[in-house]
Design a binder for this molecule. Structure first.
Ligand SMILES: *[C@@H]1O[C@H](CO)[C@@H](O)[C@H](O)[C@H]1NC(C)=O
Ligand SMILES: *[C@@H]1O[C@H](CO)[C@@H](O)[C@H](O)[C@H]1NC(C)=O
Ligand SMILES: *[C@@H]1O[C@H](CO)[C@@H](O)[C@H](O)[C@H]1NC(C)=O
Ligand SMILES: *[C@@H]1O[C@H](CO)[C@@H](O)[C@H](O)[C@H]1NC(C)=O
Length: 353
């Protein structure tokens, strides 16, 4: 009897969970599960729930990733893993160790997965200012290994004393941030710049201990910066192992920028300028002053869609539609996010299924 009841509750619970996670979600999408990660507990313990609930899937991801890593790189990753606290800043070293322990896999595997976030990441990010001066941020994250990543896409609220300090959308097992919001301060996304020898540069850079992985730097900004310009400065002037585009929206009118980042300093910082008509900025994976290759022109359809929408027409669902424009939305898109730092509760994510 007790057992039947238990099964009954499980089934009802599952049905309820599946209803609540897809409620109001447009066809072809699903809302990711949200986790609270408690910053007041030791880094090693923070991600246990996430690790437990995605154990097998994370291991599958790791085996896919390991298969694409050049074999002669592995000893260097192992060097980082064996002296993790020396090479990787707090709290990321401890959080990765926690994942390794919870998943019963080597620290090296977790480190590798965390470092190669930008193998073939293609993305589109748009900052826009609406007719009331509110700043909006929308993004698609496109990736190789799309199928499996969709299954581990999660929303995370980092909390202290029960209050959300900042939120990210991530893949279970990754501790850095490629999409995040600090409520009432800023929103940020990373689009990949320059491909090729990134993995090598990243690993060698870390071994030289001069540079931060891009996604850890973004999480630092979310954790420590209390205003838009401080975050722009941190992301512009901190040395990183890889180039990147940082797309940023603030909580105040006019606060919007795309940083085209070289390893040591920005090559360009492009700002919103609504007074002279520049009320939106679009970034895909090419420098904004160059022409994207015809084989991968997501910029033009994105510009057309946001222009057609117009400044008076901006809303969560209308930006979702912009991000659903063909090419901007493509078979590699894993998720879409719309957020606005001034109205943090609007932050919405759709996994593309
Ligand atoms: C952890 O993995 C090792 C093999 O790598 C295995 O021998 C051991 O039983 C595993 N432990 C648990 C708790 O699953
Ligand atoms: C992802 O999840 C779906 C359904 O939940 C499943 O059909 C599919 O096989 C999973 N894909 C991978 C690569 O694990
Ligand atoms: C932003 O934060 C930085 C560092 O905390 C501080 O020095 C600066 O005065 C702040 N700027 C504004 C405009 O509040
Ligand atoms: C709002 O956007 C839709 C397309 O999404 C467009 O048809 C409509 O004309 C726009 N309305 C205004 C007032 O710009």
């Amino acid at each position: 009897m007790a057992r039947e009841c238990w099964i009954y509750y499980c089934v009802v619970g599952l049905l309820f969970a599946s209803f609540t996670t897809t409620k109001g979600s447009p066809a072809g999408t699903k809302i990711p599960k949200k986790y609270a990660v408690n910053l007041d507990v030791a880094p090693e313990k923070r991600w246990q729930q996430v690790a437990i609930e995605h154990k097998e899937l994370i291991k599958d991801v790791h085996s896919v990733i390991t298969s694409v890593i050049p074999e002669d790189l592995l000893p260097y990753v192992e060097l980082i893993a064996t002296d993790l606290d020396y090479y990787i800043a707090k709290p990321y070293a401890g959080e990765m160790r926690g994942f390794a322990a919870a998943l019963n896999i080597s620290v090296g595997d977790v480190v590798m997965a965390n470092l190669i976030y930008d193998v073939s990441a293609f993305c589109t990010s748009i900052i826009s200012q609406d007719a009331n001066g509110q700043i909006w941020h929308s993004r698609n994250l496109d990736y190789s290994f799309t199928d499996i990543l969709k299954n581990i896409t999660i929303a995370v609220d980092f909390q202290s004393k029960g209050v959300t300090e900042y939120s990210i959308i991530t893949y279970a097992g990754y501790v850095g941030a490629l999409t995040g919001q600090r409520p009432n301060v800023f929103t940020v996304t990373v689009d990949e710049r320059d491909q090729g020898s990134i993995i090598w540069n990243l690993v060698i850079g870390i071994l030289d201990k001069q540079v931060s992985p891009v996604s850890f730097l973004v999480r630092d900004a979310l954790a420590y910066d209390r205003n838009f310009s401080a975050a722009v400065d941190r992301l512009s002037y901190t040395a990183t192992a890889a180039d990147a585009y940082f797309i940023m929206g603030g909580a105040k009118e006019g606060e919007g920028a795309i940083i085209t980042k070289g390893r040591l300093a920005p090559d360009d910082v492009w700002k919103l300028d609504p007074a002279s008509g520049r009320w939106f900025l679009v970034e895909t994976n090419y420098d904004h002053w160059t022409t994207p290759p015809p084989s991968d022109n997501r910029r033009e359809p994105a510009i057309k869609a946001i222009s057609a929408l117009g400044q008076k027409n901006i809303s969560v669902m209308n930006l979702f539609d912009v991000m659903s424009t063909p090419k901007v939305l493509n078979p590699h898109t894993t998720y879409t996010v719309v957020m606005s730092a001034a109205k943090p509760s609007l932050m919405q994510t759709w996994i593309r299924i």
